[in-house]
Design a binder for this molecule. Structure first.
Ligand code: TXA
Ligand code: MG
Length: 316
């Protein structure tokens, strides 16, 4: 049930139940990090494999030592630069953190989300929240309370409505290996912005055999409709005569396609705006019973890289 009443979320979470919560990136499916019951509910509801670890959400940086140990100086600088915000740090875990959260690893992923309702909620709770994105495993992440309800209708008792997610794409994930920073998942903060704070990053984006992040498993973030990617949408549209085609475009619409079947991510060519609109646009197109979706690849820089990464994983 969708609600704006924070007390309903407090009651559910305190009683080892789960609740959907808004963040600035996407909606999360949250539970008490110290409750095995709540953590198991998250995995069951999402149909998420246990090898996929969860992100811990803290109310502020001061609580970091509750979940992590030996935090490197570079991580502190990143936290100071970007928290609260869409940056997840992978750090050595505190022994009190459940193996369910970390998938048995010795590291834990953690961030401070930047959403007023969820920060208010975290301040009322005596424990941090573990929260994956609030979608069934493999599907497009939700950026509104209505998306969450569509996925978990009559199953999820509390969906805390904080409006449309301001960023619209998941957090960027950074870890540290041999004292060097590594980007594991492209996200709402561009690699360039992070490099301005700590210098050059290493990249470990794809590892399908032993994924460090589900964002690394290809065929993630996928709509049900078949999707094709191209830098020349009109040319590809002509290869499917007679088909009902939806198009996902960066800035310009195409004259001979019904307007209903077009999604323009940012008429002003703003990559931040495009990222914010991506998932909602994909979900709208996916609900139109189309034969296929053709998506335009964006410029490969800044958040364009993040958007292209997600589009690449949306291919079935
Ligand atoms: O923006 C976000 O990060 C959203 C909101 C709800 O905070 N959450 C999110 O969660 O995207 P989820 O579960 O969909 O993705 C979590 C990612 C996965 O790619 C997971 O593998 C990675 O975090 N992760 C978690 N713990 C990790 C660890 N110890 N080492 C490496 N990656 C980790
Ligand atoms: Mg997810």
């Amino acid at each position: 049930m969708i609600t704006t009443n924070i007390n309903k979320a407090i009651t559910a979470l305190t009683n080892e139940d789960i609740a959907a919560i808004p963040t600035e990136t996407v909606y999360g499916l949250a539970g008490n990090i110290y409750s095995e019951i709540a953590l198991n509910k998250i995995f069951t509801l999402k149909k998420r494999p246990f090898y996929n670890p969860l992100i811990v959400h803290l109310r502020s940086q001061e609580y970091l030592q509750e979940v992590a140990l030996d935090v490197p100086q570079m991580a502190v600088r990143l936290a100071e630069a970007f928290w609260p915000g869409p940056l997840t740090l992978v750090l050595k875990k505190n022994p009190s953190i459940s193996d369910l959260i970390t998938a048995g690893k010795d590291t834990v992923a953690v961030r401070v989300p930047n959403h007023p309702l969820t920060l208010a909620l975290l301040k009322e709770l005596e424990f941090p929240l573990a929260a994956p994105s609030a979608n069934p495993f493999g599907s497009v992440s939700p950026t509104t309370a209505e998306h969450v309800e569509f996925y978990f209708k009559n199953i999820l008792e509390v969906i805390l409505d904080g409006g449309a997610c301001h960023r619209g794409i998941e957090s960027t994930i950074i870890g540290f290996e041999n004292n060097c920073p590594v980007l594991y998942r492209y996200g709402s903060i561009s690699a360039e912005e992070i490099e301005k704070v700590i210098g050059n990053l290493n990249f470990k984006i794809k590892n399908e055999v032993n994924p460090n992040a589900p964002g690394m498993i290809s065929k993630h973030y996928a709509p049900a409709t078949k999707i094709y990617l191209t830098r020349n949408v009109p040319a590809l549209v002509r290869e499917f005569p007679g088909k009902k085609i939806g198009v996902l475009l960066f800035k310009n619409k195409i004259e001979d396609i019904p307007f209903l079947y077009q999604e323009i991510l940012s008429p002003s060519e703003d990559l931040n705006e495009a990222a914010g609109n991506l998932y909602a646009a994909l979900i709208r197109l996916d609900n139109l019973q189309l034969n296929l979706i053709i998506a335009e690849l964006l410029p490969d820089k800044g958040l364009g890289k993040t958007i292209n990464d997600r589009l690449g994983r949306a291919i079935k």
